[in-house]
Design a protein around this ligand. Sequence first.
Ligand code: FPP
Length: 273
Amino acid sequence: MEKIELNNKKQTKEDVLKQSLLKERGQIPKHVAIIMDGNGRWAKNKGKVRIQGHKAGVDSVRDTIESCAQLGVEYLTLYAFSTENWKRPKAEISALMKLLIQSLRKETKKLNDNDIRLNAIGQIDRLPSVCYKELIEAMDLTAYNERMVVNLALSYSGRWDLTRAMKKISDKIKSGDIIPEEVNEELITSYLSTSEMPDPDLLIRTGGEYRISNFLLWQSAYTEMFICSKYWPEFRRNDLYTAIEAYQTRERRYGMISEQIYKEAKEKAEITV
Ligand code: FPP
């Protein structure tokens, strides 16, 4: 696998070792989703203004993208701005949008050089026009990259995603393209903004709170959750490794019982051998 460098720093030998141990120990989640919470509280604790928390959070984003790509994570979905975040004070919203524009301008080339694709889910046409334009350009430039997809959830909420899917399906029923009997889980999944990616295997939430906050509601039906007490600006690759280690110890039963999961895994291993 090609080297990846977003931090402009050489990967340490210790980190290479940690990553190879993690890969040997068990499965690396294909799709990691993160609720990046706690920027405001981090700033407040340090006597800074909230936006400084968001700014510091960009370093965590960069380190997380780089380490996920090195580990072989295929999709990384970051909850960067929720539908409900539009209710925040105007000054905070515009500072966040500026930060997003700056980050896109600064980081897109590096993402592209490292074969990383940038994608966005959410009502992105609600974003200020400059921000929307930068985002579309970054998505176009990186559209054919294959190493990993960084999926930014912007002006996103799970209920918005489901409502939009329901509306599209209703229109298709009205026009006769779909008959009601054809509506099933697979069809609904195919109308969601995440239709081209697998459901998240691991959902990390920083900031210590235990809620889903209208994130990937349908998609996280069987996602393993990991709550990290650190605020997002403090989150670094070692915290990601802790979350993945915890994920590797979980038994994902999808409603079945342990013995069935064991039998399935054994049969799969016999076929592969
Ligand atoms: C939640 O913390 C965080 C956000 C609403 C914004 C996340 C944005 C970034 C990490 C920076 C830019 C991102 C990219 C992808 C370039 P909060 O403000 O709700 O914190 P609090 O719960 O402590 O108030």
